[in-house]
Write a new protein. Structure first.
Lengths: 746, 121
């Protein structure tokens, strides 16, 4: 009874508010910094309503408060409109900015460099080329440094290869595709990300959780697709040079020519040189490898919207050489001896691929696509006295047919794929040969009721010489809870055979003994293949706060292994591989907030929590070198582009919580690592000055707070002794690096 | 393997050519409207009808392209339905009470409505 009375009073109060309160404010016209003048006759109205007024001679307005209509739009011809929340009686001063820029520039500004879609069924983040400019360097692995969905780790002290992780799982459990064809797998798993120069990439799509059945059965924790720049639409000429204080130099160039409106070709050239003999920590080992790479791509594109045909042909060739180890190692005199520890990794690779697509001109929803790719990857390497060579030939082809059932509310994709992989490996004195071949068929159905519910259900059936016959289900669902909010859920299964040496090459840079369990008699180095289920749920809300978009998202994913090849580093004198006996799972939670705090000043903040546990032969442990907590923030400020150009400022900080380190307690005390790493922060920053649409210059720093790991290499002064180990790396080895570069494009 | 794929492709192609001549008729006509909210409303209304396979309305040209199965519905069925949710098209005018309920920026009969800010809601 009392409550009712109370509510009644409250209602009366609101009623009063309704009838009496006026929202007031004053509208100004922007003139330089301080000389704003009142704007007469500006329109002030509630969005999506007819309630409105105009400002008087001195720019003042007064409009009745309406609880049901919240967004107030202020507009005037020749000015950029502003929308504000009418949530207080006095709105104060509102400044309208004149439209001076060309319309297309304003449109360009509105597209955020990191796009989270509300409408796709999958949890996809699209990263465009502008986002990748935030990390000036230089290849695909480094382009994720400003992106919170993907964790970039340094894999080991001397290789210096950056590895990425998603949902607490290493990159072999991720599927990489380049223009939707599998890439960076098998022999190129560890170094492959550094074989795709950043400046060739147009955009990256990161899908969390189970991928699509179209691209195969291997993806478990996610799918990363990179789209390269297209000859017909790319700039005619692009040139970029980069150098840093550790004598790392990069050269990138793209040249495009359109023979007709429908046919064009592009020539992409990349070269890099790492020439600095750096040993800041004085352990006699290089802190960063020496390297040389030449990477060439020729690309042909045909596109004819009239007859519906689209085609691509790509040829890529690269040669990459890395040298690492002790400063005084000389390959000519010291190879195969114990004079000094050194290593060389030589890779040459050829990729040829073609795509053909046809869209039925009178049926825009119906098309078919054909993709085929061949690659040859040759790596010859030695690590101290260890030899490792791998030769991987791969062939892939996929045929997809797209159409609808009844209407475009019901779409489907179906097709066939054929894969063939041949591996020849030499590990010291052992030879391993393996051929994988598979034939698969897939069907994916997409439903969209246009009211906020959509789902994608996919199933593929494969027959594989080593994995057997199996089904791969994948499912993604999206539901709009309310305005600008989406709830997603997904599940899926993935299956793969592991290339244990190629995926864990850092093991060769240690004195650890190799132990492979041969009791299973499986098809992969006597081991059985890996199978896992992935489940996820995510929520995203976009809000319109003070005329600026804020998005908030939270997601949780769990990966449960049915079988896994465990890489066991827990005995410091051994590395052992065996199949999972028990449980292995990874839980990951991520919370994101993106907001434009002030005009053109954006903040992105992320917190991540990981719980990754594995049943080893000697008990259940957290996965080593995996922080439980991570915090990420990126601040970005861009001035408006005008005749004098533009400034762009970028700041990224990564905080990594403490990581469990592999057990070294059975080593003598001087060759032990602590049980856990300290937590630490990594800070990167960059400033870009755009002089014109053609020319820009950038400078920046990585790890500018200068955090490095103590004692990254165990037994560095006795690299041929039993305790030598460079595999336990939780932080950077290289000190702060400063770089400068320019980009020229026509 | 290759041969099977080729045959499959040809069969699929053949099936669809047969399909398109009989049951997939492409038509374009003008539908009055302003903004992308209108676009959503128009396309959603059309695609939910039995026999409509594809609908796309161009905000600039005001042309609605539909692909329909003529045995199941006709262009005037589609136009009638679209008019019933507020958008004048062909010989069908939208009832005033439906039109008046459209958001202000979608009220295309008011010449000032097209100048409203459409992008922000």
């Amino acid at each position: 009874m009392r409550t009712t009375f109370f509510i009644l009073i409250l209602l009366c109060f609101f009623q009063n508010l309704h009838s009496q309160i006026q929202v007031k404010g004053k509208v100004w016209e922007f003139r330089n910094e301080k000389d704003n003048i009142p704007l007469e006759d500006a329109n002030v109205y509630y969005a999506e309503s007819t309630v409105g007024t105009t400002t008087d001679v001195s720019g003042n307005f007064s409009i009745p408060f309406r609880a049901d209509l919240k967004k107030l739009v202020i507009s005037s011809v020749g000015f950029r409109s502003d929308t504000i929340m009418a949530n207080r009686p006095n709105m104060g001063n509102i400044v309208l900015y004149p439209i001076v820029e060309l319309e297309e520039i304003i449109l360009e500004k509105r597209v955020a460099p990191l796009q989270k879609s509300l409408f796709t069924a999958q949890n996809v983040v699209t990263v465009n080329s502008r986002e990748m400019l935030k990390a000036a360097c230089c290849n695909l692995s480094e382009s994720f440094e400003t992106n919170p969905s993907v964790d970039v780790n340094v894999s080991d002290a001397i290789l210096g290869a950056k590895q990425i992780q998603m949902l607490g799982l290493n990159s072999p459990y991720l599927m990489f595709t380049q223009e939707n064809m599998p890439a960076i797998r098998g022999a190129s798993q560890v170094f492959g990300l550094s074989f795709i120069p950043g400046s060739w990439i147009e955009s990256i799509q990161i899908t969390k959780g189970a991928g699509s059945v179209l691209n195969g059965f291997e993806s478990i924790s996610g799918h990363i697709n990179s789209e390269l720049v297209k000859p017909l639409t790319d700039k005619r000429f692009f040139w970029n040079m980069y150098a840093n204080n550790f004598e790392r130099y990069e050269f990138n160039s793209r040249l495009n020519y359109n023979i007709t409106d429908e046919l064009g070709f592009g020539l992409n050239i990349h070269g890099n040189l790492r020439n600095g003999y750096v040993d800041e920590n004085g352990d006699s080992f290089l802190d960063t490898p020496l390297g040389k790479q030449i990477n060439l791509m020729n690309r042909w594109q045909y596109m004819n919207p009239e007859n519906g045909w689209v085609g691509y042909v790509n040829i890529q060739w690269l040669s990459d050489k890395k040298e690492l180890g002790q400063l005084d190692f000389d390959v000519d005199t010291d190879r195969g001896t114990t004079n000094a520890w050194g290593s060389e990794i030589n890779t040459s690779r050829l990729d040829v691929s073609a795509k053909l697509g046809y869209v039925f001109p009178d049926l825009p929803y119906q098309s078919f696509g054909f993709q085929t790719a061949y690659s040859s990857h040759l790596q010859d390497s030695f690590y101290g006295l260890n030899l490792y060579d791998i030769d991987h030939q791969s062939f892939y082809t996929n045929l997809i047919f797209n159409s609808i059932i009844g209407s475009t509310q019901h779409k489907f994709k179906t097709g066939l794929s054929v894969t063939y992989d041949n591996f020849d490996e030499l590990v010291n004195i052992s030879v391993y040969n393996r051929t994988d071949s598979s034939l698969g068929a897939f069907l994916e159905y997409t439903f969209d009721n246009l009211e906020g519910l959509s789902f994608v259900a996919g199933l593929r059936a494969d027959t594989h010489n080593n994995l057997g016959n199996f089904l791969t289900p994948r499912f993604h669902l999206r539901y709009s809870l309310w305005d600008k909010a989406s709830l997603r859920t997904s599940f899926g299964r993935g299956k793969r055979g592991a290339n244990i040496f190629a995926e864990n090459q850092q093991l060769f840079a240690s004195s650890r003994q190799l132990v492979i369990d041969d009791s299973q008699n499986g098809n992969y180095y006597d081991l059985n293949p890996e199978t896992a289920w992935n489940y996820g749920v995510s929520f995203i809300q976009k809000l319109y706060l003070w005329d600026r978009v804020m998005d908030f998202s939270i997601d949780f994913y769990r990966t449960t292994f049915i079988n896994q090849i465990i890489v066991d580093w827990e005995n410091p004198r051994e590395i052992s591989f065996y199949n999972l006996d028990g449980n292995s799972y990874s839980n990951s939670l991520q919370v994101d907030l993106n907001y434009e705090l002030l005009q053109d000043f954006r903040i992105r903040a992320t917190y991540k929590y990981f719980d990754v546990k594995v049943d080893y032969n000697n008990g259940t442990l957290d996965k080593p070198l995996q922080p439980s907590n991570r915090f990420f923030t990126n601040l970005n400020y861009e001035t408006l582009m005008n005749d004098r150009g533009q400034w762009r400022f970028d700041f990224t900080a990564n905080w990594l919580g403490s990581q469990r380190l592999p057990d070294t307690s059975s080593n003598p005390i001087e060759f032990q690592q602590p049980l856990r790493s300290p937590s630490y922060v990594l800070i990167n920053a960059q400033i870009t000055k755009v002089f014109s649409k053609k020319f820009e210059v950038y400078i920046g720093g990585e790890n500018i707070n200068n955090f490095t790991q103590d004692n990254p290499i165990l037994s560095a002064n006795d690299p041929f002794g039993p305790y030598f180990d460079s595999t336990i790396l939780y932080g950077p080895v290289l000190e702060a690096a400063y770089y400068a570069g320019f980009r020229y494009k026509i | 393997m290759k041969k099977t794929t080729l045959i499959l492709m040809i069969v699929l192609l053949g099936l669809n050519l047969g399909y398109s001549q009989e049951k997939s008729k492409s038509k374009s006509f003008e539908v009055k409207g302003n903004c992308w909210m209108c676009k959503n409303r128009i396309e959603k209304t059309a695609i939910k009808m039995k026999g409509v396979k594809f609908a796309s309305w161009n905000v600039e040209t005001k042309q609605l392209k539909v692909i329909i199965d003529e045995r199941k519905c006709s262009v005037s069925d589609v136009q009638k339905k679209i008019a019933s949710v507020g958008h004048d098209t062909g010989e069908f005018a939208s009832p005033k009470e439906v039109y008046d309920n459209l958001p202000a920026c979608c009220q295309y009969r008011n010449p000032e409505s097209s100048q409203m800010d459409h992008g922000k809601h």
